[in-house]
Ligand binder design. Structure first.
Ligand code: FAD
Ligand code: FES
Length: 266
């Protein structure tokens, strides 16, 4: 489902901390329900910029973490403070205004016959996997999740999915090492799988290469700098294996791994 024309002003209904992350919730009476893997461009309605005499920030892209209820659906977003935009969004409290444009882009597609879904994420790449796990479980499929984080505080984000197995860089929670260690064990267990992954570029490239080496299909939710979010600026292009480019905001953010010779670093 694509976004209605223009941006909509929502009102924050909830804001909670989950370890190192903030989860915002906002009822969206004007928008269609998102599909798993789609994203929204978000901007705070007030104080969205460097100051009185400075230009406002561009909206920032966020995967939808979850959409709950129907009348209206409440959108949830998971964010980490990495700069001025995410910091400002992380300050929002119930009653504050939130501009949204979305849902945007192409999301995940269901596993083919006889393949089991394996979800693999890192950091804020957890977000699109939560709504995708909800959809897979609701359709009667299994959806085991493997999630990697830098430390125990970040690993609390794993609680946003059901029964996720965790790896941390510092070994404070779960497996000590990259989440791809857990993925290799699952892939080599022998059951035909399809991997759905989202996370930082290095992790996604490792997932892509592991799957390619084993002829396992994968769908990767990529990130890139996005200025518009709807195909107009070409700021989000990613090179493909055949020498052309795709715009991540309209052709992605979820791409079939076989389209890519590699996952570009930011
Ligand atoms: C489709 C999509 C979905 C996303 N989903 C989420 C999400 O669910 N939760 C979340 O916290 N973040 C998500 N992001 C990343 C988020 O958009 C950026 O972290 C945010 O724009 C940073 O804004 P800022 O002003 O806080 O920091 P900035 O000052 O703009 O950036 C801080 C640092 O992050 C880097 N950066 C900025 N934008 C991006 C980007 N798009 N991708 C990678 N690095 C970037 C910058 O180079 C810089 O090093 C997503 C991005 C995309 C494209
Ligand atoms: S963000 Fe503008 S074309 Fe993709």
């Amino acid at each position: 489902m694509s976004a209605p024309f223009g941006r909509r002003r929502l009102t924050i209904g909830g804001a909670r901390r989950v370890g190192a992350y903030v989860v915002l919730a906002a009822p969206d009476p004007g928008g269609p329900a998102p599909e798993p893997g789609q994203f929204y461009m978000l901007a705070a309605a007030e104080r969205w910029g460097g100051g009185e005499d400075e230009r406002p920030f561009l909206p920032r892209a966020f995967s939808v973490l979850r959409a709950t209820g129907t009348d209206p659906p409440t959108l949830e977003f998971m964010l980490e403070d990495v700069g001025p935009g995410t910091r400002r969004l992380g300050e929002l409290v119930p009653g504050d205004g939130l501009w949204v444009t979305g849902p945007l882009g192409q999301g995940f597609t269901a596993p083919g016959e006889g393949r089991r879904a394996l979800l693999c994420g890192g950091g804020v790449g957890t977000a699109p996997l939560a709504i995708w796990q909800d959809a897979l479980l609701a359709s009667g499929r299994e959806a085991p999740a493997l999630l990697g984080f830098r430390d125990g505080e970040h690993a609390e984000g794993a609680g946003l999915l059901r029964d996720a197995r965790v790896a941390t860089d510092d070994g404070s929670t779960g497996h000590h090492g990259p989440v791809t260690d857990l993925l290799v064990a699952e892939l080599d267990a022998g059951t035909p799988a399809i991997v759905y992954a989202c996370g930082p570029p290095g992790m996604l490239e490792a997932v892509r290469a592991l799957c390619e080496a084993r002829a396992v299909p994968a769908q990767l939710a990529l990130e890139s700098g996005m200025a518009c979010g709807f195909g107009a600026c070409f700021g989000c292009v990613v090179p493909t294996r055949d020498g052309s480019y795709v715009r991540l905001c309209v052709d992605g953010p979820v791409l079939d791994a076989e389209l890519l010779a590699g996952v570009p670093a930011h």
